[in-house]
Write a new protein. Structure first.
Length: 144
């Protein structure tokens, strides 16, 4: 399968508004020049951030742990990209971000919604009412 999706995963920092000596760490996902950014909810001192590598200088155990966390996040983004590719879904920066953050939406067709409703409401509604829902489902299928 030929793909021309390019995936870029970068870590970058922004200065905090209330404290200019501390950076907030962000993740930027780029696919086909479209970007999506995620805050990692981690902070680092200005002197500890290596701009070239996009990681912390490994000067102590805390910075080594932060770098290990960034490597884990990088691997998770690659896994999300692979999963979307295996599911043959559209791969965009926003879809990768949504899957990573956990806000991936499931889309259902109207027929699936009708079938779900009829399966789950058969014991809650009277037979005459269910007959109407079955008829509506039948007419919808013939229309589609």
């Amino acid at each position: 399968m030929l793909t021309n999706n390019t995936l870029g995963i970068n870590f970058f920092v922004r200065k905090k508004r209330n404290d200019p000596n501390i950076y907030d760490i962000y993740l930027r996902i780029t696919v086909k020049k479209a970007r999506a950014e995620v805050s990692l909810k981690r902070c680092i001192k200005v002197c500890n951030w290596d701009k070239k590598r996009g990681k912390a200088f490994p000067r102590n155990k805390t910075m080594e742990d932060l770098n290990a966390y960034l490597d884990t996040v990088y691997g998770e983004i690659l896994n999300v990209h692979r999963d979307l590719h295996m599911e043959r879904k559209l791969i965009t920066a926003k879809s990768i971000k949504a899957r990573y953050v956990g806000k991936d939406e499931m889309n259902h067709t109207i027929l699936e919604v009708f079938e779900y409703h009829n399966r789950n409401m058969v014991n809650a509604l009277r037979p005459g009412t269910m007959k109407n829902y079955y008829s509506t489902e039948k007419y919808l299928k013939s229309f589609i």
